[in-house]
Each structure stands twice: as C-alpha cells, then as structure tokens.
Design a protein around this ligand. Structure first.
Ligand SMILES: [Fe+2]
Length: 140
C-alpha cells in the first residue's frame, strides 16, 4: 500500500469512527431502542414488561413555563424490585435533571420538573433495578 492509499484509508477510518455514531443518533433518534434501552414500541427482551416500565409524561403549560410530570406505573417493593431513578433529557439528549427514588419511602415512581422557555422534544428515562432502562418522548 502506497502512502497516498494509506492516508486515504486512515482518513476514511477516522471519519467513519467519529461520524457514524453521531450520524446514526442524529438521523435515528430511536437507535439503540430494544437493546441499550427499551420503548413502548421496541420493548426487546422485556416485551411482557412494557406496561409497567414505560415512563408516562404529562405536560402542563403556563406562559413560558412547562411543568413536566413523569410517572412509571411500577411497583416499589423495597429493594427487591423498584424504579431506581428518572432522568430528563432535552432534544439533543442533554441532561436536564434527575430524581433518585428510595424504595423504602417512595410509594410511587413520580418526578416533576419545571422548564422555562423550552420548546422541542424532551425524553424521560426510567430505570428499573431488574428490567433496565425505558425511554419515552414528549413534545413541549
Ligand atoms: Fe421492573
């Protein structure tokens, strides 16, 4: 392999290594669904568990503010089986906020967040100690 071919190959490898994951995320917001995380539409190996794990998002708008309520209709059976946390992400999957649950005190996996001046998609993640991470989306 001559130097020019090597350089071309190296550039292509670098470009694909850097660009493909980013491009995949940008073009397919649900990439990883059914494997890395689960959704109502792609429950993967937990198909029978979707009903109790998909986070339910409710929005309440008041002027520039939006109250976001996230509820996971899942049991809180102390440390045996419970929702560990909720995480709220913005349209670029940037972290907004999270709430950890204490299964000895929290009877329900419910969290609230206040967004001011935000528009666009939001994503809620709900993490079960046995059945992994579930994602829902809502449009603010
Ligand atoms: Fe679970």
């Amino acid at each position: 392999m001559d130097r020019r071919s090597f350089m071309r190959l190296s550039l292509a490898a670098t470009a694909s290594g850097v660009l493909i994951p980013t491009a995949a995320l940008a073009s397919d917001k649900m990439s990883g669904a059914g494997g890395i995380y689960y959704t109502k539409e792609q429950p993967g190996r937990w198909a029978a568990k979707a009903g109790g794990h998909v986070p339910l998002i409710t929005l309440q708008k008041s002027g520039a503010d939006t109250m976001v309520e996230v509820v996971t209709p899942h049991e809180m059976k102390e440390y045996e089986h419970f929702i560990v946390k909720h995480i709220l992400l913005d349209k670029d999957y940037g972290f907004i906020d999270e709430l950890m649950f204490d299964p000895t005190k929290d009877a329900q996996a419910r969290s609230e967040y206040k967004l001011t001046g935000y528009t666009g998609a939001i994503y809620a993640l709900s993490v079960c100690n046995k059945h992994d991470t579930w994602l829902s989306m809502a449009e603010v």
